[in-house]
Design a protein. Structure first.
Length: 656
């Protein structure tokens, strides 16, 4: 009996039938080495097991010193310091640097105890056992502090990430050598037809070479699954049944081509129904080409019967099977593209006589165009690569590329892979919580955080080199958070979303040094590890200092001068904690969320407000709405309220 197609359904309806009858989730997990990880999909979140760098290290060849020893140095009157040690890369310093002493140090060498700066070798000469220094350096100069690049416990990659060479390099950088990934779905491929013969065989009139086995095999392989060729079956019910039973024992998904249409010998749908229930759930799609498609479920495995004509088979494969295989693998489709036109929104300088290659994050704007958020953290930072989708080129004869220039952004791979949302700001567990919530329903959705102080975050939102900004800037005069910053430096296109309050306070290893009030810092002349100028934390401390000065009727500038010389400005929470642990600072100013699992003593200073900002043009974008939906969800609200030291503002989630 011939099969007549009367109840054709749309592709969307066919997909719904599959979803209603089959659990489209990844098929198990397995552990692989980093050599096997390319193109795999993470089945678990990965956190950094250590700080990167794991110790304070020198960024240059030079001399480790106490910065204040160099303050009188000049070309005419150099400072002379005694060299007590020569620190080679990979060796631990044996001596402590005290006043009047220095240690020669290689690039990458461990900063010795007591030193807080490195003088580059080009500003020095040696004389006997002394070094002559011709230029003063400030504290922190030429030092990369512990955890500046990556902090211990920091989320690196989330479940559902498709692993690129850059991701694998990031894992290697933190010492991870084996990871859990989703198993690749096994896909059995069977071609059916008396007319088919394999390539390389002799062919007779009426026969054709089998095309579909090879095209489907390689399409399956291209998207990261494991193809299994079952071969060719004649139009025999017994032979087809035997091949299908074999395929069910070997694979998770079975694809047949041929014998699916309305011809007398097209019997595949009848044979499938003999294998088990529910059997065929779809027979015929509203598609040209690709109408005679069968979808069945047998023994909890999907069977797709495709038409025999290659064009029809491949059309159905792309429309129906590819989305299924990607979901079972944890993958999403990606478009092949080697380069893309993108705009820069800051002046980027070249180097005379050299061709400059500058990596960056590719940011899709509300208009569908692309901007580049350049990575300017330097070659010593692993995140320079980890946060890069590709690079732009500045020719050797070009002094600079001006703001607004269109560049040819070259992708690292042969696929257009860019983050779905770029958030500019400083690390917080809030971003991780939102990322987790989104990834539950949207596998492989990427949120990338680029570190930026509040003003830089605001600028990036204005020019759409980020989609969302996080700002925590207090006005020293009014005590108002964030609103004044946006009004002063922003424009009418930026909207603020009420966010969170975070407890911030002092940490110390010594209970005697833990300040109970601002006055204790002055009385004991404490040195303070704090985030750099321009950060919200720095301004919050100055606001508290200004309040103290007002209460005590002390001139603020005079008070600040006394404290300023004891400030150790750093660039990450890990750097601050390490500075206190190593005794390079008496206390550190840090948010409570980063101290909860540490061995530090902690005392609160107050609450800072962390709000979100977004460009008006981006509010209606699909990705922002997805982010905002999660932000406003009860599930997310519940998780935030359980987070240590983080509190929802009364108007949380509202635009103001």
């Amino acid at each position: 009996m011939r099969k007549i197609f009367r109840d054709l359904i749309t592709i969307e309806e066919a997909m719904k039938k599959i979803i209603d009858n089959y659990d489209l989730k990844p098929i198990g997990e397995e552990e692989v080495t980093l050599f096997e990880a390319l193109g795999r999909v993470l089945s678990r979140d990965i956190y950094s097991p250590r700080d990167i760098p794991p110790f304070d290290r020198s960024l240059v060849d030079g001399y480790a010193v106490i910065a204040s020893d160099t303050y009188t140095a000049s070309e005419r009157k150099p400072v002379k310091l005694k060299i007590i040690e020569r620190i080679r890369t990979g060796k631990f310093p044996k001596n402590e640097i005290k006043k009047g002493l220095a240690a020669e140090i290689d690039t990458g060498g461990v900063i010795p105890k007591g030193a807080n700066a490195v003088v580059p070798i080009e500003f020095t000469t040696e004389e006997n056992s002394n070094v002559l220094i011709y230029k003063r350096v400030p504290p922190g100069s030429s030092i990369q502090y512990t955890g500046t690049d990556i902090s211990a416990g920091q989320p690196l990659l989330l479940e559902g990430y498709y692993l690129t060479p850059i991701d694998i390099g990031l894992l290697a950088a933190v010492g991870i050598d084996r990871i859990k990934v989703y198993k690749k779905p096994k896909v059995a491929i069977l071609s059916i037809g008396d007319e088919l013969v394999p390539p390389g065989s002799k062919i007779s009139i009426g026969q054709i070479y089998d095309i579909n086995t090879y095209t489907l095999f390689n399409f399956v392989k291209e998207i990261g699954c494991k193809p299994i060729s079952i071969g060719i079956s004649q139009d025999s019910e017994e032979e087809i049944l035997g091949h299908l039973e074999k395929a069910l024992t070997l694979a998770d998904i079975i694809i047949t081509s041929g014998s699916s249409s309305a011809g007398y010998s097209d019997m595949i749908y009848r044979i499938i129904n003999k294998l088990g229930k529910p059997g065929v759930i779809v027979h015929g799609i509203k598609s040209k080409p690709g109408k005679p498609v069968i979808i069945a479920i047998v023994k909890n495995k999907l069977i797709f019967g495709l038409p025999g004509f290659p064009t029809s088979a491949l059309t159905a494969f792309r429309n129906l099977i590819v989305p299924i295989l990607l979901r079972l693998s944890g993958l999403n489709p990606r478009t092949k593209q080697l380069s893309i036109k993108a705009r820069i929104h800051q002046r980027l300088f070249g180097v005379k006589g050299r061709r400059v290659f500058l990596s960056g994050t590719l940011v899709k704007t509300s208009k569908g165009t692309f901007n580049v958020y350049p990575n300017l953290r330097g070659s010593g930072a692993i995140t320079t690569l980890a946060n890069s989708d590709g690079f732009l080129e500045i020719p050797e004869d070009t002094e600079f590329l001006d703001t607004g220039s269109i560049v040819n952004f070259k992708l690292f791979g042969d696929k257009l892979v860019h983050p779905d949302l770029v958030i500019a700001g400083n690390p917080t567990n809030i971003v991780h919580l939102i990322s987790k919530e989104i990834s539950q329903e949207n596998p492989n959705f990427r949120i990338r955080l680029v570190r930026a102080n509040p003003l830089a975050a605001l600028e990036s939102v204005i020019n759409e080199t980020s989609h969302i900004g996080m700002i925590n800037m207090i006005d020293r005069d009014t005590g108002i958070f964030n609103k004044n910053l946006v009004e002063k430096y922003g424009n009418k296109e930026v909207r603020i979303i009420a966010g969170f309050s975070r407890e911030i306070g002092f940490v110390s290893m010594d209970n005697q040094m833990l300040p109970k009030k601002i006055g204790d810092i002055l009385d004991k002349r404490m040195s303070i590890a704090i985030r750099e100028r321009g950060s919200g934390e720095y301004e919050f401390f100055l606001y508290k200092l200004k309040q103290f000065a007002k209460d005590k009727n002390i001139n603020f500038n005079t008070l600040f001068e006394k404290i300023a010389e004891n400030l150790v400005e750093l660039h990450s929470s890990s750097s601050i904690l390490n500075a206190v642990r190593q005794g390079n600072a008496d206390i550190g100013l840090i948010q409570k969320e980063f101290v909860s699992k540490s061995d530090f003593l902690y005392v609160p200073l107050g609450l800072e407000e962390l709000d979100l900002i977004v460009n008006k043009n981006s509010i209606n974008s699909e990705n922002f709405q997805l982010f905002y939906k999660i932000l406003k969800s009860p599930a997310f609200r519940n998780k935030v309220t359980k987070s240590l030291g983080i509190f929802l503002k009364p108007n949380f989630g509202e635009f103001f």
